[in-house]
Design a protein around this ligand. Structure first.
Ligand SMILES: Nc1ncnc2c1ncn2[C@@H]1O[C@H](COP(=O)(O)OP(=O)(O)OP(=O)(O)O)[C@@H](O)[C@H]1O
Ligand code: SF4
Ligand SMILES: [Mg+2]
Length: 322
């Protein structure tokens, strides 16, 4: 059994005539210890999909309109408030883009980690465990650093504290939503190295969300590419990076900013992601697709397994590779 299995998830914002579908029939799984990257431009539905795993999207305005989110076989969409509190932290834990915004400015970072331990692992809520976690996330001189307030730390160090707080609940799945986007490139690389190291040492599963295919590299086992609320390509990371099959994935590859160089884009994808509730007919990528043909706007392509383990939402992927 997979640790996480999302099946045909549908999520709307608003209801009735105003309903706009932000997540449309999304399915993917994460095995214990596996790292999956969810990639796509801004507004594609990555965060809403990821936050649904612990049912964190406020309802209203959101409405879960269909599907299942099975965590260890239990459907999150049917859980009681008590069951949800039990899985949040202990089974799935989150780190977000802005570490500063998630840390409480008036408490020392060590105390904040200890509070997280008290909540999830009360028998381990000790100073020694706080220091061990700070050391685990690569904070130098952890005995002294635990007494710092967040403002006394750099953005990179704050993000390490956030990761330590997420690890304090010993989650089976760590969801990292653009954890490096707010940091400068050198620090981004260090945080990614840390995630890679933690994955190996702790064996936890990771869902890493990013708009930058360039950071997927050797961290991800599999990649799901999202466009306009749907998965358009799902594949083992190595295969996808070596030979992207969907025209959108190929366009994303060409717009990868260089992580260790400057942040200049090689080429942005022309046009914009269509707004939720305003998707074009047929293939949603057609207005921006460099190899679109008239048939593309006639009917919506399905997500099809075109090679073992490789799923693509474009009936013309093979011809357009030529
Ligand atoms: N609270 C909300 N009310 C209405 N619509 C929302 C709300 N939150 C998100 N949406 C819509 O859902 C869509 C998906 O949003 P989401 O935040 O998941 O995108 P994303 O892929 O994470 O983008 P980004 O890279 O900018 O973080 C967006 O187009 C947005 O319009
Ligand atoms: S279906 Fe057509 S428009 Fe859509 S990605 Fe494939 S070729 Fe491009
Ligand atoms: Mg997001």
């Amino acid at each position: 059994m997979a640790l996480l299995e999302i099946k045909h998830l549908k999520l709307d914002f608003g209801s009735g005539a105003n309903a706009a579908r932000a997540v449309d029939d999304v399915s993917f799984a994460i095995a214990a210890g596996e790292t999956v990257c969810l990639v796509g431009e801004s507004g594609c539905g990555k965060s809403v999909t990821a936050q649904s795993i612990a049912r964190l999207v406020p309802t209203p305005p959101a409405v879960y309109a269909g599907g299942e989110i099975l965590l260890n076989g239990r459907d999150v969409l049917r859980m009681s408030g008590k069951e949800l509190r039990q899985i949040r932290g202990r089974v799935v834990s989150y780190i977000f883009q802005e570490p500063g915004a998630s840390l409480n400015p008036v408490f020392r970072v060590g105390n904040q980690i200890k509070e997280s331990l008290k909540l999830h692992q009360p028998d381990r809520a000790t100073d020694a465990e706080v220091v061990r976690l700070l050391k685990l996330v690569g904070i130098p001189a952890p005995e002294a650093r635990q007494r710092n307030y967040p403002f006394e730390m750099s953005g990179g160090m704050q993000q390490r504290v956030m990761i330590a707080m997420a690890l304090a609940s010993a989650p089976q799945l760590l969801v990292a939503d653009e954890p490096t986007t707010a940091l400068d490139v050198t620090i981004q690389a260090q945080i990614l190295d840390l995630l890679r190291d933690l994955k190996q040492r702790l064996g936890m599963a990771i869902l890493l969300i990013t708009h930058n295919l360039g950071i997927v590299g050797d961290l991800a086992d599999r990649v799901a590419v999202m466009y306009a609320g749907q998965i358009v390509e799902l594949a083992p990371a190595r295969d996808l990076l070596r030979r992207p099959l969907h025209p959108y994935t190929r366009a994303l590859m060409n717009s990868v900013p260089k992580l260790r160089g400057n942040l200049e884009r090689l080429s942005a994808i022309p046009g914009n992601v269509p707004r939720t509730g305003n998707f074009p007919p047929g293939c949603r990528f057609a207005p921006r697709c460099p190899v679109a043909r008239p048939e593309c706007s006639a009917s919506e392509p399905g997500l099809v397994e075109v090679e073992a383990g490789r799923w693509v939402r474009c009936p013309y992927w093979n011809e357009s590779l030529k």
